[in-house]
Design a protein around this ligand. Structure first.
Ligand SMILES: [Zn+2]
Length: 248
């Protein structure tokens, strides 16, 4: 069996599970799943998981039971970038002390990734411009769309940061999408776009490919059809990334 990668989202998931008073019943929760990639065992994608490093960090604020959902895609970011992804459960009034420490760490320059800011449009930018010696820290609000908006509007500790609004249609990674998640991009896709905006398109593309494979197999799992031959180019691209991972 594939070991579960030790990263922030999987640790948060384990902790969130431990404080649950009743078992979490996810949609499709009765399927036996690979504990690492959350796909049906026979369609486990772990062998293709890219693990990379980026000159950027991600801070996921996850809404309530989001870390426990097999369909959550914030986890895919931590899969690809385990060394620079943090994850916290969202709280309006009691943000985790480690979250506050991260947000004030001088090594990082935080951006809240969100499409707009009605209260203060001057906060919104489409670019990442870094002060000397700083790396970008992208704060992603991980939940349903209404939950993300609630987190955006009710987190006073985020109010001082610029809001990075991405235009996916202007980015090359967007053209690689094979699956659609409602009308909004999934959290992992947003992160892939953000990496491109931040000048790290190769890492963004690896994340997009990993998302595409996950999402194609996850959707296949729901309707009980086998993953199709259309996966071949995806698997090829991910294999090439894994080969480069082995190089010194
Ligand atoms: Zn797996």
């Amino acid at each position: 069996m594939t070991p579960v990668p030790d990263h922030a989202v999987n640790r948060l998931r384990a902790w969130r599970k431990s404080i649950s008073t009743r078992p979490f019943l996810a949609r499709g929760g009765t399927l036996p799943r690979c504990p690492a990639c959350q796909l049906r065992h026979d369609w486990c994608a772990c062998a293709w998981r890219p693990e990379l490093k980026a000159e950027a960090g991600f801070c996921l604020l996850m809404y309530d039971s989001e870390p426990m959902k097999p369909s959550n895609t914030g986890r895919l970011i931590a899969d690809v970038l385990p060394d620079s992804t943090w994850a916290f459960l969202w709280s309006r009034t009691q943000p985790h002390p480690e979250l506050l420490t991260l947000l004030t760490d001088p090594a990082w320059q935080p951006y809240v990734v969100f499409p707009d800011c009605e209260k203060d449009p001057a906060r919104v930018t489409g670019e990442v411009v870094l002060a000397p010696g700083k790396k970008p820290l992208f704060i992603l609000l991980d939940g349903t769309w209404p939950e993300a908006r609630k987190m955006f509007n009710k987190s006073p500790y985020l109010d001082g940061f610029p809001v990075l609004a991405i235009r996916p249609d202007a980015l090359s990674t967007y053209g690689m999408r094979v699956a659609n998640c409602d009308e909004h991009l999934c959290t992992a896709e947003v992160a892939a776009c953000v990496l491109e905006v931040a000048g790290q398109p190769a890492v963004g593309q690896a994340l997009q490919l990993w998302f595409n494979l996950f999402s194609s197999r996850y959707m296949a799992g729901r309707v009980s059809r086998a993953p199709g031959e259309d996966e071949a180019p995806l698997l090829q691209a991910l294999s090439a990334i894994r080969e480069r991972m082995q190089e010194p």
